[in-house]
Design a protein around this ligand. Structure first.
Ligand code: HDD
Length: 697
């Protein structure tokens, strides 16, 4: 779209959502107009026949305003409806030129603009941020050879092997057809009915029931391309590739009980966390890595590389880190950018190609198609956030709803002889630099079959479960107990248990005990599961980075609190990169022991401990006595304790600790030992505390 070269005085170009601009007046000239530029004299009163009379049809100002409002919503995404996103850049650190000719993966040091959207899968756009759910991790890279959309998840495998099952999977997990609930929850009959009947989902179920589906922050999640793709070099030689994003802040999760309470305390917890972090300049960062395999190496694997329910253990094929992504700019307008962003797995620059993975093959159709119903036009690629920004885009496609471009000239077909390429003749194909597909032989009979190499549904489920720490195994088993306890059909629970027997007999028994039901016989697996060497890479616990960076500390204070202790805790935590919030009984803050006023960031009832990673209680005796009458205070402390958080305290807080049921341990720190003593337990969770506060399966 042509930009005006000269800005009229007193006006500016409104910031673009990816390149496009329109003039808006600013300063004293910023007057309200209709959509067609007519100045509006009165935005408070509609045009009426007399002050108390009926409104007049003539009032085009009223009608335009109401009509536009009536059409503000577009259909939400059928899956991944709730999401938040940010702009940033991708930077290549190691060239993959041996494997690919894609410039984005060969030009070391070059920064490519990105737009990355994180999402939950099952809930609607207005649902909460912290249900137990897989998270979407979709990155749009505006490369110099066209957009590359790497549309992945925070889990490296998927529920199903063939795209034809996707509508069934989604129908089963979303709210039930007759009653319209539950919203954003897999703990219900139809989901587990489907899962029990689809043994191929078992590996993914292990991940879904693990703490991976309770991320602490979008900044603390891994991302995976999930499907197998190909890289193609300048000789058109193909290499299989799996794509990985690894968060610099480490992979961190919440506890289930905590996630449920966060949903009430702050339904926008993840969205706010991402926005705030970028706003203060704490830009989230991920390493970008690849696993590369030749055809021969893929053939030698004990599972099929085209099967999206399988991962390639990092211990077998280490992830080579070749780049990084930094998110450093919040969207300016949620709707224009985040809501209208259209990701397409078919968006790939030359040098990257798909594989025959039957899940991916279906995706190649679905995303383009769904945009037509969401965005309503074949021209959705012209919406600024979706435009190829790294290079021009031009072809002979024309017209359609919401055409924003006015291509010049007569040549809207090709070949033509109206003029030279790039001039009157328009653009031409580029056999050398253009996108080429890997020349993979494909001459089988037409069949509706699942390859036998896809038949082993349990070995990797077992690998995942057995690779977990004891703590993670207990969380996983307990999540299964929770979810299956919401299932009302006994036969559905039984079928899932029968499948779990094939994963691990101990797991199945623990879940059956947790449900207090008899353990059924194992279901007959299509292929008997085999043992794989445990993969420590699949664990989270024990790997939190030894720092408070990117995390939040809540300091509960009362009138008469010791300001020096507050200042010390704040300074020590902030020095590690934590954000520290002062929580007080009243939002106006407190008067400290020395008479100084301390401003509050949050009021106690609205700032429960679930929104912090560690807490400190800096109270006066009188303040503590007041808090003893306040359930929000007891909840603040008892929740911090059962959510395995470090609790720093001053001696005056002892009565509140006792009332909240806090039992002294390594994570309950008397601050008289100095703020430094609070840091080591605050950097992690007190896993050893868990058996004392929660009965796990
Ligand atoms: Fe999908 C959206 C990820 C399988 C059909 N998908 C969507 C988004 C993510 C994924 C992250 C949200 C993008 C955004 O932020 O706007 N989907 C995956 C992954 C899959 C997967 C990692 C398995 C490897 N998806 C999958 C299949 C199908 C779809 C098998 C259909 C056959 N997905 C869609 C869709 C969506 C979508 C219906 C809804 C909104 C959209 O595309 O733009 O086309």
């Amino acid at each position: 779209m042509p930009k005006s070269k000269e800005e009229p005085k007193g006006s500016k170009l409104s910031a673009s959502a990816g390149g496009e601009t329109h003039q808006v007046a600013s300063g004293p000239d910023a007057r309200l107009t209709t959509n067609h530029g007519v100045p509006v004299s009165d935005n408070q009163n509609s045009l009426k026949a007399g002050a108390r009379g009926p409104s007049l049809l003539e009032d085009f100002v009223l009608r335009e305003k109401i009509q536009h409002f009536d059409h503000e919503r577009i259909p939400e995404r059928i899956v991944h409806a709730r999401g938040s996103a940010a702009h940033g850049y991708f930077e290549l650190t190691t060239s993959l030129a041996k494997y690919t000719r894609a410039k984005v993966l060969t030009e070391v040091g070059k920064r490519t603009e990105v737009f990355t959207r994180f999402s939950t899968v099952a809930g609607g756009a207005g649902s909460v941020d912290t249900p137990r759910d897989v998270r979407g991790f979709a990155v749009k890279l505006y490369t110099v050879e066209g957009n590359w959309d790497l549309v992945g998840n925070n889990i490296p495998v998927f529920f199903i092997q063939d795209a034809i099952k996707f509508p069934d999977l989604i129908h089963a997990v979303k709210m039930e057809a007759d009653r319209g609930y539950p919203q954003a929850a897999s703990a219900h009959d139809t989901f587990w009915d489907f899962i029990g009947l689809m043994p191929e989902a078992t590996h993914m179920i292990m991940w879904a029931m693990s703490d991976r589906t309770l991320p602490r922050s979008l900044r603390m999640m891994k991302g995976f391309g999930v499907n197998t793709f190909r890289l193609l070099n300048d000789k058109d030689e193909a290499t299989f590739v799996k794509f990985h994003w690894r968060p610099k802040l480490g992979t961190q999760s919440t506890c289930w009980d905590e996630a449920v309470k966060i949903a009430g305390a702050d339904p926008d917890y993840h969205r706010r966390d991402l926005f705030d972090a970028i706003d203060i300049g704490a830009f989230p960062e991920w390493e970008f890595g690849v696993q590369l395999l030749s055809q021969e190496e893929a053939d030698a694997l004990p599972f099929d590389i085209l099967d999206a329910t399988k991962l390639i253990p990092e211990e077998l094929y280490p992830i080579q880190v070749v780049g990084r992504m930094v998110l450093d700019r919040n969207p300016m307008n949620f709707f224009a950018e985040t809501e209208q962003a259209a990701f397409l797995p078919t968006n790939m620059p030359p040098g990257i190609d798909v594989s025959e993975d039957p899940l991916l093959q279906g995706r190649l159709f679905s995303y383009q198609d769904t945009q037509l119903s969401r965005l309503g036009t074949v021209n959705f690629h012209q919406i600024p956030i979706n435009q190829a920004k790294g290079c021009p885009f031009q072809n002979m496609q024309r017209d359609g709803h919401m055409q924003m471009q006015a291509p010049a000239g007569r040549a809207n077909y090709e070949p033509n002889s109206l003029g030279q390429a790039g001039e009157d003749g328009g653009p031409r194909e580029d056999p050398q630099g253009g996108f080429r597909t890997a020349a993979i032989a494909a001459d089988g009979a037409k069949v509706r079959l699942r390859a036998e190499t896809f038949a082993d549904h349990y070995s990797q489920a077992r690998l995942f479960f057995r690779s977990q720490t004891e703590i993670e195994q207990a969380h996983l088993a307990s999540a299964l107990v929770f979810e299956l306890s919401k299932v009302t059909f006994a036969h559905v629970r039984e079928r899932v248990l029968a499948n779990l027997q094939n994963v691990d007999a101990d797991l199945a028994k623990r879940v059956a005990d947790g449900l207090n039901v008899a353990l059924p016989k194992a279901s007959a697996p299509a292929v008997a599961p085999s043992e794989m060497a445990p993969s420590p890479a699949l664990r989270i616990v024990g790997k939190y980075p030894p720092s408070l960076k990117g995390r939040a500390v809540g300091v509960l204070v009362t009138d008469g609190a010791d300001g020096t202790v507050v200042a010390n805790v704040k300074a020590a935590a902030e020095a590690e990169g934590a954000s520290v919030k002062i929580v007080a009984p009243k939002i106006g803050g407190v008067k400290l022991k020395d008479g100084k006023l301390l401003a509050a960031d949050g009021q106690l009832a609205g700032s429960p401990s679930v929104i912090f990673d560690a807490v400190a209680l800096v109270l006066s005796e009188a303040g503590c006595a007041e808090l003893m009458k306040e359930s929000a205070a007891t909840d603040f402390v008892s929740n911090a304790f059962v959510h395995l958080k470090a609790i720093g305290f001053t001696a005056e807080a002892q009565a509140l600790l006792d009332k909240a049921g806090v039992v002294p341990d390594d994570g309950v720190i008397d601050l008289k030992a100095g703020a430094e003593a609070f840091l080591p337990p605050a950097r992690t969770r007190q896993w050893a505390r868990e058996p004392g506060v929660r009965v796990l399966a």
